[in-house]
Ligand binder design. Structure first.
Ligand code: MEV
Length: 316
């Protein structure tokens, strides 16, 4: 039996703008993760998705319908990378504690964990770069025009500075000068990244000057945030998060629920707050200190957050 995991992720700065080549910062979420188990089986290939109460029985060779299901596509990409024409009988079980369509990278993490587990099970050594690029292919099939930040952070399991660029994306580790804590609040509203990214693209096509200026502002905020993170300047970091939320609102990717959570977290003493991920649902982040954490949590609960998680980001 072979097991592999991949973490969820949060985007701290630069979602959407990342798709247009602006820098962004993402962090892995170690307490939310996808786990994939691969076992030899007697006579068939079964993909079990207990979180979705679904399973698939698959052929040993790829077929044209495989692309319809992201995790089947991930399996076929791993099969092609391993150069195996016929997969042996296997039982592949995908388990995840990352909410689906909630802004925490569930699709990327399950694909990355599956690709890693299958390649390992087939005896192929795969580095993070290969896992990331195969995961990107799955994202591309199902998310339209992803920047590449989600597959990068879930495959490297590291805080990253990410710039989409040709011929190769710029990916650098982020130095975190002082530990900080975040509250992550879920609106409970599911939102498909593909739809929101597609809608931003349509708006950008119709009004490119305005949208380019919003993306540029997000890029400048990300640059300042990297300096603040390096220096451990949490007051500055919080202020920059809130300014990033304002730009995301202007892009129309916020929602009343996200805005209320952000506003009430700030009123309750958060150092900064913003939506995170594609938006129009999913999650928001509040940067808190230990004194205000409980008050902010209560405010988020009262505002209607369906789940609230605490995440401690270590220095390093
Ligand atoms: C989604 O986690 C982040 C977006 O910027 C899309 C992307 O970068 O691929 C909204």
């Amino acid at each position: 039996m072979t097991t592999a995991t991949a973490p969820g992720k949060i985007i701290l700065f630069g979602e959407h703008a990342a798709v247009y080549g602006q820098p962004a910062i993402a962090l892995p979420l170690s307490d939310k993760q996808a786990t994939v188990k691969v076992e030899d089986a007697a006579d068939r290939i079964t993909l079990l998705l207990p979180n979705l109460a679904t399973s698939y029985v698959l052929e040993s060779e790829p077929n044209s319908a495989d692309g319809d299901v992201p995790l089947v596509a991930a399996l076929r990409l791993a099969q092609a990378a391993a150069n195996v024409a016929q997969l042996p009988p296997l039982t592949i079980t995908v388990d995840s504690t990352i909410p689906i369509a909630g802004g925490m990278g569930s699709g990327a993490a399950t694909a990355a964990a599956l690709i890693r587990a299958v390649l390992q099970h087939l005896g192929i050594s795969a580095d993070n770069q290969l896992i990331s690029s195969l995961t990107y292919e799955v994202e591309r099939l199902h998310h339209g025009t992803p920047s590449g930040i989600d597959n990068t952070v879930v495959s490297t399991n590291q805080a990253v500075w990410f710039v989409k660029q040709a011929p190769e994306n710029l990916i650098e580790p982020i130095v975190i000068g002082a530990p900080f804590r975040l509250l992550i609040a879920d609106t409970g509203i599911r939102s498909a990244t593909k739809d929101v990214v597609g809608d931003v693209r349509r708006q950008w096509q119709a009004n490119s000057e305005y949208f380019d200026s919003l993306f540029g502002r997000c890029g400048r905020l990300a640059r300042r945030a990297r300096v603040a993170l390096n220096a451990g300047n949490l007051l500055e970091l919080g202020a920059l998060m809130t300014l990033n939320h304002v730009q995301l609102r202007r892009m129309s990717v916020s929602s009343r629920e996200l805005d209320d959570l952000v506003d009430n977290a700030l009123k309750a003493g958060a150092l900064g707050a913003k939506l995170s991920g594609a938006g129009r649902g999913g999650i928001m982040l509040a940067l808190v200190d230990s004194e205000k954490e409980e008050t902010v949590r209560e405010a988020l609960e009262e505002t209607g957050a369906t789940s609230i998680w605490h995440s401690e980001v270590a220095a390093g």
